[in-house]
Each structure stands twice: as C-alpha cells, then as structure tokens.
Design a protein around this ligand. Structure first.
Ligand SMILES: [Zn+2]
Length: 249
C-alpha cells in the first residue's frame, strides 16, 4: 500500500484486530454483490469505502423514482439510468482504488456458477426466493461464504453461511425450497428505509470480518430485527442433515 492508501484506511489499520494485514487481505479480495437495491447499495458503499480490492455488482434494473427513498447510491438524476452504471459512478467517485465489474443482467444458474467460483465471498442482496436459492446452490457447490440479507415492511434479517466449513448450514437448511412460504413481492411492498441501510451495512461488516479473518466465525447465525419494537434477536442455525442442497456435497 502507498502512503495515500495507508492514510485512507488508517482507521482500519489502527484496529489491533484488523491492522495492515487485514487491510491487505481486503485489498486482495473479490466480493460478488447480487442486487443493487435497498441492501446492495449500502453494502457496496461500505465495501468500497473500506477498500475491497475488487467488486462485481449485478442488477438488471434501471433506477426508478420509488428506489430513491432507500437506495443510497442513486441521485434524482439517476432515474432511468441502469442501476449498475449509476452505482459505478458513485462508488468510483468515493474510492477509485476499487476495481468494479458491473453486470446489467438477471443472473441465471450458469452465470452464478461462473461468477461465484471466481469470487471470494458472495453478498445476497436480491429480493426473491428463486434467486436466493440459486445463489445458495452456487455457494454450496463452490464452498464460498454467503452473507445474505432481507428487509420487508418493519422486519429484517441477516444470515451468514460460512460454507468453507463442511459442517456449515446453508440457506436451504433454513428455508427449504420445497417448503417454500408464499412469495412476498418485495418490489411492491412497503419497507422502512433505514432498515435496509442497517442490514446492508451489517452485510458489509460480516464480509470484512470473514475476509480479514477477525472476530467470531459468524457462520450459521440468523439475526432478526423487529423495527417496531427495536428488538434484535440472534438464533443459531443448525445444518439440516437431510438438506436437499448441502447434505450431499
Ligand atoms: Zn443446507
């Protein structure tokens, strides 16, 4: 790292647990962020400010006026612009050090397999069960850590699956595909804006911890936020020995 980088990241480097080594691991890492909406915006923002080396962001949509209430990478004049283009403009202005790869597309299973295998860590910031299960399958197959977030109405969740470990549970252990609860259309539901910010920021935090190798292994943890009561709950997730996705890998 040069002098400017040492200064830019000095508040990380000052952390005994993080240090120059942690910052260097972050610079060497490649994060895949799927979805550049309410969760993906704050997650990508903090990964960029923190100095992730490389970040791939995938989202098929263009910025809509209804997005601006919570999708903090976009400005009023971003409306109508592909989200990944507007995201790139904001992120590279904040930190030109980060190598950005942007994909304006909905990722199919084949795309996911290739992209996940080339990433060190995956952030699921998507808004539907089909995508969540496809991301999970790719992460299980390639043994990549998966940091998953969700927020709707006044409820939000953070889930960390460190699939590098053979005994780690996966998303499907928690929400089996066949037992699918009724799909809630996130795109038309209400959501309290700062809640998506809180969960997206926590997804970035767990990513930094996993990449830098600090703190408790967060794998197999479900964190639930009830915004109405202001209560957080943490639940350990056990691996399901009969899970259709991870039990046979
Ligand atoms: Zn599983």
């Amino acid at each position: 790292m040069n002098d400017e980088q040492l200064l830019r990241y000095s508040r990380h480097i000052l952390l005994a647990e993080f240090g120059v080594e942690g910052q260097q691991r972050l610079r060497d890492a490649h994060a895949l962020v799927i979805g550049a909406g309410g969760l993906g915006c704050p997650a990508a923002l903090y990964l960029a400010t923190s100095g992730i080396g490389r970040m791939t962001i995938a989202d098929p949509d263009k910025v809509d006026l209804t997005n601006l209430q919570r999708q903090i990478l976009y400005r009023t004049d971003s409306v109508g612009v592909p989200k990944v283009d507007a995201a790139r403009a904001t992120l590279s202005a904040i930190n030109p050090d980060v190598e950005l790869v942007t994909l304006q597309k909905r990722l199919a299973a084949d795309d996911l397999r290739a992209l996940v295998s080339g990433a060190d860590i995956v952030l699921d910031c998507s808004d539907n069960f089909a995508t969540r299960h496809a991301i999970n399958r790719a992460c299980v197959a390639h043994r990549k850590p998966l940091v998953s977030g969700a927020a709707i109405r006044l409820d939000a969740q953070l889930m960390v699956f460190d699939l590098r470990a053979a005994d780690a549970p996966c998303y499907s252990c928690l929400f089996p595909e066949e037992g699918e609860v009724e799909e809630v259309q996130c795109s038309v539901m209400g959501v309290l804006a700062p809640m998506t910010g809180a969960i997206g920021a926590l997804q970035a935090m767990e990513t930094l911890k996993i990449v830098a190798g600090i703190g408790a292994a967060g794998g197999g943890k479900l964190l639930l936020l009830d915004a109405k009561s202001g209560e957080w709950r943490s639940v350990r997730i056990a691996k399901d020995p009969k899970c259709a996705v991870c039990s046979t890998r």
